[in-house]
Write a protein that binds this ligand. Structure first.
Ligand code: NAP
Length: 251
């Protein structure tokens, strides 16, 4: 990036960026934020119609139909990066979903658990491993986790477990990759106004504010992007652990 690019707000000019789950919510806001800052962007999702719809208004955007929980989906995503970019600068693992379970009242099936952990934890780790092995230019791994990585919500113990797992992975990976100077960024949003949270009436922040904080944190090489109500969460959990965990777990 040249100095004039930074001045003109094009901090990611010349960067190839691949984002999972970019047709909606936080992923789509990240697609737009990177495009606005001069990056070349590729994204994937399962729905071809959603991918075609977002591509209509974004002619430079590359897309590929891929379910990241399936080996063939991950291959399709990685092959598309090779085809369109040749090499990759920034990988963003964003696709994920909170599924509510009440273990006290209902049995949760093996299949439900496997697909949920695959999407929220295993696939991001698998794709990170592949990206690191296949792309020489890679300089940043961005993992969208959640404020719930730090406090598990009562309504979804599995989501808290998966995102806490991603949090632990980010921490260890950051140490391992420091010698190669590869930046590992974990993004921990609070409740965000996306289709996934349409049924929730609590206060939400915009996906655009999450994307803006993510790009700033990448640019500043911060370890975590903390935004909205999660900004003070690590500190508050140190000062008043039981009280804060009680409040956050009920959200
Ligand atoms: N919304 C929140 O309040 C909130 C808060 C904290 C963290 N987060 C995290 O932020 C991320 C994005 O959440 P969001 O609310 O923006 O989600 P969203 O609006 O539901 O969008 C999810 C995106 O991921 C894609 N996707 C879902 N499953 C996929 C799969 N198996 N393979 C490939 N793509 C898949 C979806 O497209 P298709 O359905 O077509 O595949 C869509 O593009 C998630 O990791 C979530 O856990 C969200």
């Amino acid at each position: 990036m040249s100095n004039s690019d930074a001045v003109n707000g094009r901090r990611f000019a010349g960067n190839n960026v691949a984002i999972t789950g970019g047709t909606s919510g936080i992923g789509l806001a990240l697609v737009d934020a990177f495009l606005a800052e001069g990056a070349s962007v590729l994204t994937c999702a399962r729905s071809p119609d959603s991918l075609a719809a977002i591509q209509q208004d974004r002619p430079g955007l590359h897309t590929v139909v891929a379910d990241v929980t399936q080996p063939e989906g991950r291959s399709a995503f990685l092959n598309a990066i090779h085809t369109h970019f040749g090499d990759l600068d920034i990988f963003v693992s964003n696709a994920g979903l909170l599924v509510e379970h009440d273990f006290a009242r209902h049995e949760v099936s093996d299949n439900e658990l496997a697909s949920e952990f695959s999407l929220n934890l295993v696939a991001p780790v698998q794709l990170t491993a592949s990206v690191l092995a296949q792309f020489e230019r890679i300089k940043a791994i961005t993992l969208v986790s959640s404020g719930y990585a730090l406090v598990t919500p009562t309504r979804s113990p599995t989501y808290g477990a998966a995102k806490a797992g991603l949090h632990g992975f980010a921490e260890g990976l950051r140490r391992q990759l420091s010698e190669r100077q590869i930046h590992v960024l974990e993004v921990l949003p609070p409740l965000v106004d996306t289709p996934a949270t349409a049924h929730r009436s609590a206060a939400k922040i915009s996906p655009e504010s999450v994307a803006a904080e993510t790009l700033s944190s990448l640019h500043a090489r911060r370890p975590m992007a903390l935004v909205g109500q999660t900004k003070w969460l690590p500190l508050l959990l140190r000062v008043m652990p039981a009280r804060i965990a009680d409040i956050v777990s009920k959200t």
